[in-house]
Design a binder for this molecule. Structure first.
Ligand SMILES: C[S@@+](CC[C@H](N)C(=O)[O-])C[C@H]1O[C@@H](n2cnc3c(N)ncnc32)[C@H](O)[C@@H]1O
Length: 278
């Protein structure tokens, strides 16, 4: 699939692929939508490829997913609604993992993980990918506010469903509060690409929501998750309707779960997955 992306590096805008200002004609009956200045190609009928289910003839009319409008408020929303809980999950293993040299942050959003990685691993090269230009702007501002240099970071605006990271290019990937955006079919397409981007012994950190089964914890989590999905689907037009646990898909790629912590009565978890030696 044609990949179009604008790459922002050290304050300069780069274009790669057949980009950027004018879209080329969609191929083979596919339709192309704009996402934050980037094209996203969907399957016939406007359905994202691999999303599963029956094609909805009206979904082509639905504007594409975008976190742009939320970007300026995202940090405050998180602080008001979750305090430090999400950030505890993002940073859970950073003091224990082997020092990474090449880090990939997918769906990084407003840059809270980015700042932590820059602080702790100043010699690492970091690739920070997000579909939302305003989110990437927030991430750059967050770095600047913390007086951290941007030279170790490459910012890439891209739809991760269409973007393929270089195979074996990283020794650490983080997908924090990102996999919950996707439907099962989309996760099925995405997880092998992410796993392939890791070197042997590479680490995949996943912080996200989960729904414990049974009891009052399960009820509480399902209630909170239900409200979150209603909100995010309305405001960002998120493709996912419910949470899909990614565990079995990640395990299918050959990675093994090394550590998991859960907090907030099982609502949040942080995982350390690792690729085998060969
Ligand atoms: C819920 S926010 C999480 C942000 C951040 N990782 C965090 O820890 O809070 C999801 C982020 O993923 C981005 N995103 C959603 N779908 C995407 C896609 N298909 N490709 C790239 N980024 C995407 C959104 O723009 C948004 O910044």
């Amino acid at each position: 699939m044609t990949s179009r992306r604008a790459v922002l590096k050290s304050g300069r805008i780069w274009c790669s692929g057949p980009c950027c200002s004018r879209g080329s004609a969609p191929k083979s009956g596919r339709t192309s939508h704009r996402i934050g200045g980037m094209s996203r190609v969907t399957g016939a009928g406007g359905r994202p490829p691999g999303s599963g289910g029956i094609a909805n003839p009206f979904s082509a009319l639905r504007p594409p997913m975008s976190f742009d409008a939320l970007a300026p408020y995202y940090r405050w929303m998180e602080m008001m609604l979750a305090g430090g809980a999400l950030h505890r999950c993002r940073t859970a293993f950073l003091d224990e993992i082997p020092r990474p040299e090449r880090i990939l942050l997918l769906g990084e959003g407003h840059g809270r993980s980015l700042v932590e990685f820059c602080r702790r691993f100043p010699a690492a090269q970091i690739t920070c990918v997000d579909a939302s230009e305003p989110m990437l702007t927030q991430a750059r501002r967050h770095l600047a506010r913390q007086h951290l240099p941007a030279h170790q970071v490459e910012f890439i605006r891209a739809d991760v469903l269409d973007w393929t990271p270089p195979p074996g290019g990283y020794d650490l990937v983080a997908t924090h509060f990102f996999l919950d955006c996707f439907r099962p079919g989309q996760l099925e397409r995405m997880t092998p690409k992410i796993a392939a981007s890791l070197q042997p012994r590479g680490i995949w950190l996943i912080a996200d929501f989960q729904a414990p089964t049974g009891g009052w914890r399960g009820l509480r989590s399902r209630l909170i998750l239900g409200l979150l999905y209603v909100f995010f689907r309305r405001v960002t037009r998120l493709p996912a309707r419910t949470l899909t646990p990614p565990d079995s898909l990640v395990a299918q790629t050959g990675l093994a779960l090394q550590r998991r912590i859960t907090i907030e009565w099982g609502l949040l978890h942080s995982d350390w997955w690792q690729k085998p030696v060969a």
